[in-house]
Design a protein around this ligand. Structure first.
Ligand SMILES: Cc1cc2nc3c(=O)[nH]c(=O)nc-3n(C[C@H](O)[C@H](O)[C@H](O)COP(=O)(O)OP(=O)(O)OC[C@H]3O[C@@H](n4cnc5c(N)ncnc54)[C@H](O)[C@@H]3O)c2cc1C
Length: 487
């Protein structure tokens, strides 16, 4: 087990993908006391026991790509960097399963499976860097979700080090964990590292499909694509993945010299199956889109979009950072939500671009983002106001924001309901009586003083920051570059 007390290294672990302004140090002790890189499960268990003995928090961390602060300490302690636990333990062709350590990246696992003719279709688009443990920890939705579900749907078994230091298995390596009481695999999917450290994962895998084909279509704008999407979700056509970007997203890409089409919005879909079934799905899609007023784009465009699927935020290079918000909304309310997002963006004097996916047959994931300086105190805190207001739009339209982390823990009761939230809190108290396992996240926004920020105060503060943003001068990042590519 590697340990580091080095100040610079600890500083590197005091933020995730979204750096916090230094003024936040007054509220959160984001700097860990020590960075630990365990190599195997028993070392994780030893560290958890040490955390109890020393009364210090322990914070599981994958690649830190989440951006909601889940892997960042709020009151110091040990950051457990899981990326050294990155081995494939076994690929079992006969039982169609793979067992891995949690620090391996999705891409490394996908490549190893591909070489054996196997396929794990669900992964985050951050697959080149995001770890298996991190995505199970966040319970996100991503590539492959439309046809195959999310990572949790493929979990056969997790090995978890509990907040007591005990090591447990949640399922069975070969057969599903259904029946025999609640499915414990799901207890840890989306638990954001507050109930234990995932140290090993067994997934079921599929045979690699005969054909994987990419197709792209354009529409005048996102709202105009909604009738075609409604037809698609009621049809037999079942794409592995459906992703989209609006005009501003592709304008931004062209403004930094990347290849991107000049379209109102573009959908790219991945079709999987036998060659004959993919041919039939492509033909049916062509007809549906054409009937709804959309157009098919050349195959090179679709292939290029697919190859770019993991690099959605290239436009960050125009500014100091890109702030995204992420919501899940029912397809039924897509046009209404887009209209309300538009009003919010105008009211906060933002210039946003929107990307997203169709996550299942009734759910659209929308991720509007804007360019700003993430480390500027006012710009960073007002960005949280944007996340809050965007989440409100989702709640009001039957959806919800994605992930709670540090800053959106006040949403727990709205996401799970009063009783559901209390059940999650009761579970947390029962499983982690010493309050050492990633405290101050998901069930509460913790502070460096050990006192949780009341939910009403968090919400009040974020609403206020959204108002402040509307009074501040507009972020002008990227405007000059955009003007050059806009007709
Ligand atoms: C370009 C880009 C694209 C993205 N695309 C997607 C997408 O398609 N879908 C999606 O859902 N998200 C996406 N994300 C967000 C993020 O990449 C994912 O949530 C990713 O799965 C996080 O993995 P990580 O290893 O970086 O986890 P981290 O950020 O390190 O941690 C995330 C959470 O998981 C916990 N955790 C980490 N490892 C463990 C462990 N071993 N045991 C217990 N808890 C643990 C942490 O404590 C933390 O709460 C994207 C991000 C970027 C930058």
């Amino acid at each position: 087990m590697e340990t580091s007390d080095d100040k610079l290294e600890r500083r590197m672990y005091s933020h995730d993908l979204a750096p916090l302004p230094k003024e936040m140090d007054a509220i959160f002790k984001t700097m860990p006391d020590q960075v630990i890189r365990p190599g195997y499960t028993e070392e994780v268990s030893q560290m958890v026991k040490k955390a109890i003995a020393t009364n210090k928090p322990i914070v599981p961390r994958g690649a830190g790509t989440w951006g909601l602060g889940g892997s960042v300490p709020v009151k110091g302690g040990y950051v457990l960097d899981m990326t050294a636990m990155n081995k494939i333990i076994s690929i079992d062709d006969r039982n169609m399963t793979v067992t891995v350590q949690p620090g391996i990246t999705w891409k490394a696992l996908a490549d190893a499976l591909d070489a054996k003719g196997l396929f794990l279709p669900s992964h985050p688009s951050s697959a080149p860097s995001a770890t298996i443990g991190g995505w199970i920890g966040t319970g996100g939705t991503g590539i492959g979700a439309y046809k195959y579900g999310t990572a949790g749907d493929f979990v056969r078994d997790l090995e978890v080090v509990l907040p007591s230091g005990a090591i447990m298995h949640t399922g069975d390596k070969r057969v599903p964990a259904n029946g025999g009481g609640p499915n414990l695999n799901w207890l840890f999917v989306g638990s954001e590292g507050i109930l234990g450290v995932i140290t090993e994962v067994t997934f079921s895998v599929l045979p690699k499909p005969e054909e994987i084909r990419f197709v792209s279509y354009s529409f005048a704008d996102l709202a105009k694509s909604a009738p075609a999407l409604r037809k698609l979700v009621r049809s037999d056509v079942n794409p592995m993945h459906i992703m989209f970007g609006d005009r501003s997203h592709f304008d931004y890409l062209r403004s930094i010299g990347k290849h991107a089409p000049e379209v109102g919005c573009m959908f790219t879909m991945a079709l999987t199956g036998s060659k004959a079934s993919v041919d039939a799905e492509e033909k049916a899609l062509d007809e549906m889109v054409s009937a709804a007023g959309g157009s098919k784009l050349p195959k090179e465009v679709a292939d290029h979009e697919w190859s770019e699927r993991s690099y959605e935020f290239r436009v960050r290079e125009l500014g100091v950072g890109a702030i995204p918000g992420e919501i899940l909304v029912p397809l039924d309310s897509l046009e209404k939500v887009l209209g309300e997002m538009d009003k919010l963006v105008k009211g906060m004097k933002l210039k946003t671009a929107t990307i997203g996916t169709v996550a299942d047959n009734n759910t659209v994931m929308l991720m509007p983002y804007y360019l700003t300086e993430e480390q500027n105190f006012w710009r960073s805190t007002t960005a949280m106001g944007f996340g809050k207001k965007l989440g409100d739009i989702a709640f009001e339209n039957g959806g919800r924001p994605v992930g709670l982390g540090i800053f959106f823990a006040a949403n727990l009761s709205r996401v799970r309901g009063k009783e559901g939230a209390e059940l999650v809190r009761t579970l947390k108290r029962a499983m982690d009586p010493h309050e050492i396992m990633n405290p101050g996240k998901l069930v509460e926004t913790g502070t460096r003083w050990g006192i949780a920020m009341p939910a009403f105060l968090m919400n009040f503060g974020m609403n206020m920051m959204a108002g402040v943003k509307g009074l501040m001068p507009r972020d002008k990042m990227g405007e000059r570059e955009l003007a050059k590519v806009k007709k």
